[in-house]
Design a protein around this ligand. Structure first.
Ligand code: TYM
Length: 338
């Protein structure tokens, strides 16, 4: 197995396009903090180059990148313990991505759900970057020989593709150079759903702001969105299995469990039988208690963007100490004259 010789290293990324929302926080960011606090090397990334696969206003992109960095730090990422970077400041990501463009097959990329969803019926007009997106993602991970990637469920297919790219590279060049990275998809909120429609993923591209909780929302807004979240007329069942065909209710229970670091069975033991008139205010209080300090800290950090830029510059320096030798070795394996 290719895993054996690799020391554990965690990498993950978030796009700085639009608002950081509760799905990103519970499915990704909060898990990143858990990883950082276990004794393992962690690298976290604002993937600004992924963001431009669809057009971004330059000023808005710069703002979102800094705000996302503030979000990471406010949520508990310590830039001394973890390496915090924006992708474009570590050029080895893009350099390795080119090589992976030559390893990955058109058919693999065409099967990606995210490509099909985002390009939709008008694939002819989509950017080439949107199609090649997963090869850059594989490069983000493999340029550090990362072994574990915590993500929400929607990214699972991309991590599987990353493994396929690593395996094909290793096979084509007769090496055991890239690890077969493990996706880590765990916890009660690996797929947080829209507050307006429990069958749709909570997402930054949903036109309805009421469908998501943004990490920049103030306490009143958070509470209002939860009070108005779509539910059904039944009380909560006694067991989690009873939520099988009740996506809106199940979503709120999952959010409650993830925010309070409990498992869903535990939440059902406490809240089973409650009406939403009772459950929603408890959830709103919990959400405000957990999220309001993060949004306040983000706002405080954003008052000093120069400090955020210094943190990202230091992160890039640390990251390049790992990525540059791996890129160099990759070039050597391929036969590029150094
Ligand atoms: P992005 O920016 O869409 O989302 C960032 C992270 O948040 C998770 N997530 C969710 N989790 C639970 N419920 C939701 N509703 C929800 N929405 C988003 C995502 O699964 C993800 O973990 N391609 C990636 C960014 C990326 C990356 C990487 C990730 C680029 N390179 C390398 C890991 C490793 C993306 O667009 O995530």
């Amino acid at each position: 197995m290719a895993e054996a010789p690799f020391t554990p290293r965690v990498f993950s990324g978030i796009q700085p396009s639009g608002n950081l929302h509760l799905g990103n926080y519970l499915g990704a960011l909060k898990r990143f903090v858990d990883w950082q606090d276990r004794d393992v090397e962690t690298i976290f990334c604002m993937v600004d180059m992924h963001a431009i696969t669809v057009w971004q206003d330059p000023a808005a992109l710069a703002h979102s990148t800094r705000e996302l960095a503030a979000g990471f730090i406010a949520a508990g990422i310590d830039p001394e313990k973890s390496t915090l970077i924006n992708q474009s400041q570590v050029p080895e990501h893009a350099q390795l991505a080119w090589i992976f463009n030559c390893v990955a097959r058109m058919g693999w990329m065409g099967r990606m759900t995210q490509w099909k969803d985002k390009a939709g019926k008008n694939a002819e007009a989509a950017s080439l970057g949107l199609f090649a997106y997963p090869a850059l993602m594989a490069a983000d991970i493999l340029i550090y020989h990362a072994t574990h990637v915590p993500v929400g469920e929607d990214q699972k297919q991309h991590i599987e593709l990353t493994r396929d790219i690593a395996a094909k590279f290793n096979h084509d060049y007769g090496v055991e150079f890239f690890p077969l990275t493990e996706p880590v998809i765990e916890g009660a909120a690996t797929r947080v759903m829209s507050l307006r429609d429990g069958t749709k993923k909570m997402s930054k591209s949903d036109p309805s702001d009421a469908s998501r909780i943004n990490m920049t929302d103030d306490a009143d807004t958070i509470a209002r969105k939860i009070r108005r979240a779509k539910t059904d007329p039944e009380p909560l069942p006694e067991t989690y299995e009873g939520l099988k065909d009740r996506p809106d209710a199940r979503n709120l229970v999952n959010i409650y469990a993830a925010l309070s670091d409990r498992d869903v069975a535990d939440v059902m033991a406490e809240c089973g039988g409650q009406q939403f008139g009772q459950f929603k205010p408890a959830l709103a209080d919990l959400a405000v208690e957990k999220l309001a300090p993060i949004s306040a800290e983000m706002a405080r950090l954003m008052r000093d963007p120069g400090e955020i830029d210094r943190i990202l510059a230091r992160g890039a320096e640390r990251a390049r100490a790992i990525s540059a030798p791996i890129l160099d070795e990759t070039y050597r394996i391929i036969g590029m004259v150094r």
